[in-house]
Design a protein around this ligand. Structure first.
Ligand SMILES: Cc1cn([C@H]2C[C@H](O)[C@@H](COP(=O)(O)OP(=O)(O)OP(=O)(O)O)O2)c(=O)[nH]c1=O
Length: 197
């Protein structure tokens, strides 16, 4: 059985990976610092970040598959990450209110045994309802938006604002399970037969 390492501090990513392959993986959070790289396209930036997270964690292991991801909202050519304050969360939600936008995730799977690295981009379209300023303030007060890209959680109370999505729902939550499932199966990880402790 192959060792699988999730390079993430996100409890949501842990839950999502568990959904696909069960409990049998390790979690190791990276110390990669996300900086901006002027000149890179938004799609290139999320891939740069997911690659950075995987490579950082890979330094601590010599065998297995390292999985990492980086998720952002892409609206009007601009990336929105996690808001740093309630004020920034409110600003993000005011911009996204009534709009259609993308949630993009860079996904990296680094195979330490073969030395191969797979980097893929997954994109999901989201249609957000118009949200009043009062609703935005009340939502931000719940605290839910603060550690979420674009300042909302489709899997939480934010569902009350999301009219429709097109694409992989799990990608919006932070880990594109359809795409990851394909990559893992190609790498010899069995999803349907055991792989449990
Ligand atoms: C849009 C949206 C984002 N998110 C989350 C997914 C990601 O955890 C987060 C984006 O932040 P990321 O920088 O992708 O990840 P992270 O810092 O939480 O975790 P790590 O780098 O250690 O893996 O936003 C939701 O949970 N629901 C949503 O609807």
């Amino acid at each position: 059985m192959r060792q699988i390492i999730l390079a993430s501090a996100s409890p949501r990513r842990q839950e999502l990976l568990k959904q696909l392959i069960g409990d049998n993986f390790r979690v190791y959070s990276s110390s990669y610092m996300e900086s901006t790289y002027p000149g890179l396209l938004p799609e290139e930036l999320v891939l740069r970040h997911s690659t950075g997270k995987a490579r950082d964690v890979a330094k601590h292991f010599n065998s297995g598959l390292v999985i990492s991801a980086d998720t952002s909202v892409l609206f009007n050519g601009e990336l929105m990450g996690k808001p740093k304050s309630s004020e920034e969360a409110e600003k993000m939600l005011k911009l996204l209110s009534g709009q259609r936008f993308l949630v993009i995730t860079g996904l990296t799977v680094l195979d330490l045994d073969s030395g191969t690295e797979i980097n893929e981009l997954e994109s999901t379209t989201v249609w957000m309802d118009e949200i009043s300023n009062e609703q935005i303030s009340a939502y931000v007060r719940t605290g839910e938006p603060l550690d979420k890209a674009g300042a909302f959680a489709v899997q939480g109370k934010g569902a009350a604002f999301v009219k429709r999505i097109e694409g992989d729902f799990f990608n919006v939550v932070g880990l594109p399970l359809f795409r990851l499932g394909k990559i893992l199966q190609k790498a010899g990880v069995s999803i349907f037969e055991g792989n449990l402790p």
